[in-house]
Design a binder for this molecule. Structure first.
Ligand SMILES: Cc1ncc(COP(=O)(O)O)c(C=O)c1O
Length: 405
């Protein structure tokens, strides 16, 4: 029997760590839902318009346009830019499938470019290397709420006349050099899916400072209504119920962010007690939201303990950490088998890409070995005691790592 819980010792935390109740709600959401039900006006109307105004101001953008999720918001943005069959869109490989799917949905070709090691976000240099004369758009994600290098990305995009869609699905409230994300590129896209910072079950919103794109996105969202030219589009509206819930969620977001950041700081203040976990944040990032705090795991400082074993040992001590994306997107079967369906004619109009040959080494190392995060509803929404316990558990694992090797 060893000292570590995984080898039979007593755990740092006696009871398993519980996920914070998420999505969080109280009576206010119930009242908002009843208000809409009783109004008889359930389809997109004033609640949506009011929420759009609140959210645009919050993200420092001139316009915000709701839709029914944070995947179609990116598809609408691509359609607004006229991206179509055979066009290329550069995306990073460490992201949710939606970032690639929206590109495929308009018949365009996802081109993967590598990420930066310290935060998993699109690397401007790799983006530039991936540009061809067919590149029409780029979709940097603000991974886990850490803003991407928007100076570098905007510089490359402007140089090559490429439109920028910020995938800010995780990044409500985050800032790059004092400006909130989603208001830096041409269009920003946010999600209100159940794990996000603000939640309406499903839901999404686009942000932009461009009046023309705003008008076009509004019409693309619903049947082409209100546009001067005919539009071949669909119906992706948000309902009044979702917007009413979001208006309530909005009243809590800043307090929740402050809580998470305070907790993250407790962890980061003790990081020098752990040799082998590092944190690096670009000083141009002026506000985080604590969706995830990105760290790097160096197995050599844990006597070669693979990350998966580290997670197991931590769990036995009663705590959890995780890796957001354990597989680069292009390694998924969709890309490896190019299972894009018969309606996708991207490579009949453009370049053929064999995704089995794609390799983004930094992303692969982060996904398989180095990347690790403190997540929001497991740790950062918890108590200060939880944060200290998490550090204690990691220190204990490091001090007794021989037991599990
Ligand atoms: C990075 C990223 N982009 C886009 C999306 C898609 O958002 P939605 O689920 O609202 O369609 C998600 C998650 O859900 C995401 O994590």
């Amino acid at each position: 029997m060893g000292k570590l819980a995984i080898t039979g010792g007593s755990p740092v935390r006696a009871t398993p760590q519980e996920k914070t109740k998420w999505p969080y709600h109280d009576e206010a959401e119930c009242e908002a839902l009843a208000r809409v039900a009783n109004s008889g006006r359930w389809q997109q109307a004033v609640e949506v318009a009011e929420f759009e105004e609140m959210f645009a101001a919050y993200q420092h953008a001139k316009h915000a346009i709701c839709a029914n999720n944070g995947t179609v918001t990116m598809e609408i943005a691509l359609r607004a830019f006229g991206v179509g069959a055979g066009d290329e869109v550069v995306i990073p490989p460490l992201t949710f499938c939606a970032t690639g799917l929206c590109v495929l949905m308009v018949g365009a070709i996802p081109v993967f470019a590598d990420v930066e090691r310290h935060n998993g976000n699109l690397c401007p240099k790799a983006f530039e290397d991936a540009v061809t004369d067919r590149t029409r758009a780029v979709i940097p994600i603000h991974y886990g709420g850490t803003p991407a290098d928007m100076d570098g990305i905007m510089e490359v995009a402007r140089k090559h006349d490429i439109k920028v869609i910020e995938d800010a699905a995780h990044a409500h409230g985050c800032e790059w050099k004092g400006t909130r994300v989603g208001a830096i590129g041409d269009i920003g896209s946010f999600s209100f899916q159940s794990e996000k910072m603000m939640v309406s079950g499903d839901g999404g919103i686009m942000t932009t400072n461009d009046d023309d794109f705003a008008a076009l996105c509004k019409s693309l969202r619903a049947f082409g209504y209100g546009y001067t030219e005919p539009l071949m589009t669909s119906n992706w509206r948000m309902s009044e119920f979702q917007a009413a819930v979001l208006k309530v969620q909005f009243t809590r977001i800043d307090d929740q962010i402050a809580h998470r950041i305070k907790n993250a700081q407790i962890f980061l203040d003790r990081l020098d007690e752990i040799d082998g976990l590092t944190y690096e944040m670009d000083e141009r990032v002026t506000r985080l939201n604590g969706y995830n705090i990105p760290l790097l795991y160096d197995a050599s400082k844990f006597k070669g303990l693979p990350r998966a074993k580290f997670f197991e040992a931590l769990q036995a001590e009663g705590y959890n950490m995780h890796t957001v994306y354990t597989t680069p997107l292009y390694k998924g079967r969709l890309y490896q088998e190019k299972a894009f369906g018969s309606s996708w004619v991207g490579d009949k109009h453009g370049r053929e890409i064999d995704y089995t040959k794609v390799c983004c080494p930094v992303a692969e190392k982060l996904a398989y070995e180095e990347g690790l995060s403190i997540g929001h509803w497991l740790n950062l929404m918890g108590s200060a005691e939880d944060m200290n316990g998490l550090v204690d558990a990691i220190v204990k694992i490091q001090q007794n790592v021989e037991e599990i090797l």
